[in-house]
Design a protein around this ligand. Sequence first.
Ligand code: GLA
Length: 401
Amino acid sequence: MKKAIILLLLISNFNVNAQKFEGLAKTPPLGWNSWNTFATDINEQLVKDIADKFVELGLKDAGYEYIVLDDGWMSKERDANGNLIADPIKFPSGMKALAEYIHSKGLKFGLYNCAGSKTCAGYPGSRGYEYQDARSYASWDVDYLKYDWCNTSKLNAEGAYMTMRDALKAANRPIVFSICEWGDNEPWKWAQDVGHLWRVSGDIINCWDCEVGHGSWSSWGVWKIINMRKDIRKVAGPGHWNDFDMMEVGNGMTDAEDRSHFAMWTMLASPLIMGNDLRTASKETIKTLSSKEVIAINQDKLGIQGFRFSNENDLEIWLKPLDNDAWAIVFINMKDTSTTINFDWKKHDIGDDINGKSLDLKNSVFRIRDLFNHKNLGNTKSNLKAEIGTHDVLMIKLEKE
Ligand code: GLA
């Protein structure tokens, strides 16, 4: 009897630890991360200002929730007991106080660390300290952990991320677990039960379609990342997302390119994590980022990742099936000049075999809504005609009449 009880306890304990927190990130997380603009040059006041801007600029109202501090928030050394500590100069009030400030605005707080011995910028990594670090995050009321992959030597990725997942579970606070191993170990094959999102590529950079080499690694422009992975859309869904990296909207591309980048991240059901300086962002940038009808496509409850329908004559057409038999469609002009489209609905069979969805254009009529411009564009009885500027996008939603 005693043996049976011990066995039962062991099994139940094992079960508790061998799961990620369920019920989180049912739609792709929306937020902001410090890395793309600030790298390790971050501090308490900056984070508070960003939280204030979430509210002031209507970004919170548009659905953005997480404020995530990337690399560089820690002291270079752990304390005498092996605990992580916030850099006392950059964050004099400590992480718990910062979390409290962010929570007081109705927002959520995220931190970064790494599975290796050190983070990519050389701060203490979690290797060998996973449970201790998870307890620290829980005690500071952290809601989100981005977990990187530098200095991991021969560690097995799946195992390393499972260890941190179990540590977070044991710390007993619901924390979204964001896996960041750059797609090197094909996390879409194993991470569904480990994390809530996983990066699919190396780091993004603020260009339309470039690759910038840094010796042993490269940074990737928007279209390089989009085109990097094939056949991974089927694994995305509520609670487990392909993460196409923090956005570069507002970081130097044209307004048209920013709109297209944003439209694509929403279509790909990617987390929408802003990476720009919200204190100095232009009106156009904020307009793009807070475009509620566009965000609604990303947040659609079915959580289906969109797919490329065609890319002929430098026109990218992408589709995303939505709840209620609606569909989102983007047309992106890849040319260096503007283009006109004349899309004959009757000539196209539109379907998504993986998800068993089809758009019955022959027997049903759909209303067309222009999502960035908040305009109705008639219905699918007549051709869709539009002029699209260079690298710009027309993003529409089709709903049955
Ligand atoms: C890696 C990640 C980035 C960022 C930096 C921080 O390169 O992929 O997103 O977190 O590390 O050092």
